[in-house]
Design a protein around this ligand. Structure first.
Ligand code: GTR
Length: 424
């Protein structure tokens, strides 16, 4: 319909035309036919048949499209911490099984200061353990009942039931998310774990004058340009700075590092893993829209919904694709393919229909041809596997029963998958 007729339409009809497409769809039957951008077709219509062509031509093309059109470009200028300080450490944590370290990375520029607090647990007596690296939502103290963990002093979204009021964490917030972080069990299996509160890198709100972004602005700039980084890219940048630190940590010389994240932080985990090839294995739990779920299916959360609710997560350019997913130069199978040939694990929850479990699975399925180029095994069939029947190929997947969350079942699978695919 042409816009010239709009003035003669009754208001209710106008409303329907504009907003009808943002209605939430949960039914597989009402997915409109869509075509995914071809993973292995070059711009000159030639097919990628060799790893060399993938790595030299197609992969950079896809990466650039994600940077410019989806998450936004991270500045190329390297910013190192001006100093690093171990603020607390113990070699007898968690009933004497664990080394605990709390480390600050302090970044300074333009009279600004940003501090990243890493909470690191390492199993005692194990050389170069594999280490899970992942953000938490409300402060390091929420991940454990360990009373020695320093309370976050940063801005935190209010959550009264979590002991977080007036945007400040209180003692009551200790351990409120510990069910998502079975730290003792992870340590007992020989893994280390490093976690950071994501809001220290960029508070989760639509404000670009706080967090890491202003460190990179030109004079007179007060928000990123259209193709520049949103909050998810900022968080991905932070994952790499944590990795810089861990890489040079005594005793972790030969460790392999696992990028892990749930939900918005699962989106971040995939993007951080795509950008930073030092992550040996990537896990995205219930990552949904902007994570593993295929945008073009438009099941549950869509581009328009996520951009409306969280306008700061993606680049400004990404807003062009509200109700116009078919115009996207990429889709999320390409994000998974950027991780190849490294192992990647996608996990869904049956009741988490907002995140489109089948869409999360299909991105792994459609990324599989790139894994196959490397002689690796992806997901063989387009059908979603049965509940609680994990697949642990080089692309791994499970859908468990239950809600949007991280459960012990999920962790058991993550650790099995890591044990199967990592060297150490
Ligand atoms: C929801 C959002 C999802 C997911 C989730 C979370 O509100 O719509 O994309 O990221 O939050 O992070 O828990």
């Amino acid at each position: 319909m042409s816009f010239k007729y709009f003035h003669v339409l009754p208001a209710f009809l106008l409303f329907n035309i504009i907003f009808a497409q943002t209605e939430i769809n949960y039914s597989e039957d009402s997915i409109a036919p869509y075509t995914l951008p071809n993973l292995l077709l070059l711009n000159n219509r030639k097919r990628v048949k060799k790893i060399r062509h993938w790595e030299k031509r197609k992969r950079p093309e896809i990466l650039k499209a994600f940077e410019n059109q989806v998450y936004g470009k991270i500045p190329e200028i390297k910013l190192n911490p001006s100093f690093t300080e171990i603020v607390e450490e113990s070699d007898s944590a968690l009933d004497n099984t664990t080394i605990r370290k709390q480390v600050q990375l302090v970044f300074e520029k333009h009279k600004r200061k940003l501090t990243i607090n890493i909470l690191l647990y390492l199993p005692k007596g194990i050389q170069s353990p594999p280490v899970f690296v992942g953000y938490n939502f409300y402060g390091n103290q929420t991940t454990t009942s360990d009373e020695n963990v320093i309370l976050s002093e940063s801005w935190v979204p209010n959550k009264a039931d979590f002991g977080i009021m007036e945007n400040r964490a209180t003692e009551n917030s200790r351990g409120v998310r510990s069910h998502r972080w079975p730290i003792k069990k992870i340590i007992n299996k020989g893994f280390g774990i490093a976690t950071v509160y994501c809001g220290e890198i960029d508070p989760d709100r639509n404000n670009f004058e706080d967090g890491i972004h202003p460190f990179f602005y030109n004079d007179n700039q007060n928000r990123p340009n259209n193709d520049e980084w949103g909050t998810i890219s900022a968080w991905a940048w932070g994952m790499s700075r944590v990795l810089d630190y861990l890489k040079q940590h005594k005793g972790l010389g030969n460790s392999e590092f696992i990028s892990f994240g749930h939900s918005r932080l699962g989106k971040t985990s995939l993007w951080a893993g795509a950008l930073d090839e030092r992550f040996a294995l990537i896990i995205a739990n219930n990552s949904g829209c902007g994570g593993a779920a295929i945008f073009r299916r438009k099941i549950g959360e869509t581009a328009a919904i996520i951009n409306g609710k969280f306008p700061h997560w993606f680049s400004v350019n990404f807003k062009k694709y509200n109700n116009a997913e078919h115009l996207l130069p990429v889709d999320q199978h390409m994000l998974i393919a950027l991780i190849a040939p490294r192992p990647v694990y996608i996990s869904s929850a049956a009741e988490d229909i907002w995140a489109d479990p089948r869409g999360e699975y299909l991105s792994g399925y459609y990324a599989s041809p790139v894994y196959e180029l490397y002689g690796k095994k992806g997901l063989a069939k387009p059908e979603l596997p049965q509940l609680n029947s994990p697949i642990h190929n080089d692309i791994g997947y499970h859908i468990r029963q239950g809600k949007h969350d991280v459960t012990e079942y999920d962790w058991v699978q993550f650790m099995k998958f890591a044990n199967k695919h990592l060297k150490n």
